[in-house]
Design a protein around this ligand. Structure first.
Ligand SMILES: O=C(O)CCC(=O)C(=O)O
Length: 203
């Protein structure tokens, strides 16, 4: 997967690449190789969607995110507010590298998806450590699954290596998807996908 990730990232062009202050993101890993298909069709992940979203859902995005070496922590945030029409959202992160305390493992505040407010509402320094946060560390190949209203963010990468990951979201089927997979569908992707994938991608 690490080799496939590097190859796919190297081939990406134009608007599909976005270079943020701490991470580099490459959009649409539905159309970047069959190696990535099993991720968004992983039965345990879809079961988690049933539990968290609780009604018909679809994949909203699937992208690579590389946290570059020597970068500070991300602000603590939620991916969707509880009062948003797009709520609830199920997030997932596949670790391409080990997630460790020194290379920017994602931090989460357990139970915060049930809180009415967001970090912005209550914290003066969003990069500061939260008293209740836990680090989601794991070995490469581990999958993080989380409620998108949970307070979270990557921590600082003080190591000299990148922290690579594949990340995505599922949203309610009647909600807005970040990526229009039907519009972006490549003929070779379409040819290998069955009806189950077609449903998950809302083709
Ligand atoms: O990369 C991570 O550890 C978290 C990324 C994240 O929370 C985000 O981009 O919204």
């Amino acid at each position: 997967m690490a080799d496939s990730y590097n190859a796919a990232v190297a081939l990406a062009t134009g608007d599909d690449i976005s270079i943020g202050s701490t991470t580099t993101r490459v959009n649409d890993f539905v159309n970047r190789g069959a190696e990535f298909d099993d991720l968004y069709l992983f039965p345990s992940l879809l079961e988690a969607c049933c539990l968290v979203i609780g009604r018909p859902f679809k994949l909203s995005s699937l992208h690579a995110r590389t946290l570059r070496p020597h970068q500070p922590a991300q602000e603590l945030h939620v991916d969707v507010r509880r009062d948003s029409p797009d709520w609830p959202l199920l997030g997932f992160i596949l670790m391409i590298d080990d997630f460790r305390p020194d290379n920017g493992a994602t931090r989460f505040v357990p139970g915060s998806h049930r809180w009415p407010g967001t970090p912005k509402d209550t914290m003066s320094d969003l990069r500061a450590e939260h008293a209740a946060e836990v680090l989601a560390c794991g070995t490469a190949g581990s999958l993080l699954v989380f409620n998108g209203s949970a307070w979270h963010g990557h921590t600082a990468n003080t190591s000299s290596g990148p922290r690579r990951s594949l990340q995505g979201f599922f949203v309610p089927r009647d909600g807005r998807a970040a990526t229009d997979f039907a519009a972006r569908m490549q003929p070779e992707t379409r040819a290998r996908l069955g009806p189950h994938a077609g449903y998950v991608l809302n083709l």
